[in-house]
Design a protein around this ligand. Sequence first.
Ligand SMILES: O=P(O)(O)OC[C@H]1O[C@@H](O)[C@@H](O)[C@@H](O)[C@@H]1O
Length: 380
Amino acid sequence: MTIKIEEAVLDDVEAMQAADAGQMLRAVASSGAQVRQAAIAAEEAGLARLREEGQPRAVVVAGMGGSGISGDVLAAVAGIGCRVPVVTLRDYTLPGWVGPMDLLIGVSCSGSTEETLAVVEEAARRGTRLVTVGAPKSPLAGLSEQARGIHVPVDSGGRLPRANIWALSVPLLVAAHALGLASVPREVLDRTADLLDDIAQRCRPTSEAFVNPAKELALAVAGSVPMLWGSSPLAGVAAYRFACQLNENTKYPAVFGTLPEANHNQIMAFEGALAASSNVDEDLFRDRVGDEIEPRIRLVLLRDTVEHPQVTRRREVSQELAEARGIPVSEVVAEGAHPLERLASLVALTDYASVYAAFVLGVDPSPVASIFELKERIAR
Ligand SMILES: O=P(O)(O)OC[C@H]1O[C@@H](O)[C@@H](O)[C@@H](O)[C@@H]1O
């Protein structure tokens, strides 16, 4: 199998704009503005009120796809030191242990995703404390109102759910700050918004591939089998996000993992059939599988600046092992000091890379026809 790579499109801004019918580039550029607007929306919705009832026993974030990732963002920013478990639920069913002592945050950009609505309904029946984040006047907003929850309305600005990651995640961070579960004061949100703007400037379409880290990563990933590894739990969230963005924006498969766990399983792919210099007998492989063995693995390391010392060694040795087996390695290093800045910096660059990779492979990043077809067919 050979994949057609249209490298030149990245040097031609007009061609990119033509390929970007759904304006995904404009949507990813809005990240900084999303943080600022969501900080205001969260404040206006009265999330500070959460403080009155004290800390919950656990926080459960219910959401799917580009909305569900907000739960992972919250867990990453609250960090390993958080005294309360933060769980992301991507399903129809609320676990049996969730009850009135817990806080359920239902997140849905459209406010009408069936899995999320089912969980919010069940939580309301159990008397769980409720916050919802999503479209105003939506079924989700209605459920929240009935159950006397706090609804944070999200102005999607016409953007798709996955292009609203900060509009959807920031209200959760504001809630966690109010509850004393994470430290995300306004200064941190402002600093993060500035960093996102700065990265958008560096990754902008008019900045050419040789100085544009997102275009460089897109060219590296397109045509390979990307294995995306985060070097901390926080960077693991960015690896998962990058994989999802490659799936939805680039219509492309990706493998994601987090160190140290990926060293206990995924690393074995370095010596398999999709590695450049594998132990596999290529004649035998061709006999059985057919054509030439392409594409090949590329390892993408998403590096956090705060790593367990043993994970630093694991990352370095993983890179050496990969390169010794002819597997190319790309690296993205987190920026900023606060966990939110570090995570946002990784997400911003890789979001751009997924969009550029779509152009390189000749696809429009916005439409997700198969997702819609599936939803339609199960609704009948
Ligand atoms: O964010 P809501 O509207 O709940 O949608 C949840 C998810 O639905 C999926 O089918 C996709 O469209 C995702 O991009 C989206 O994030």
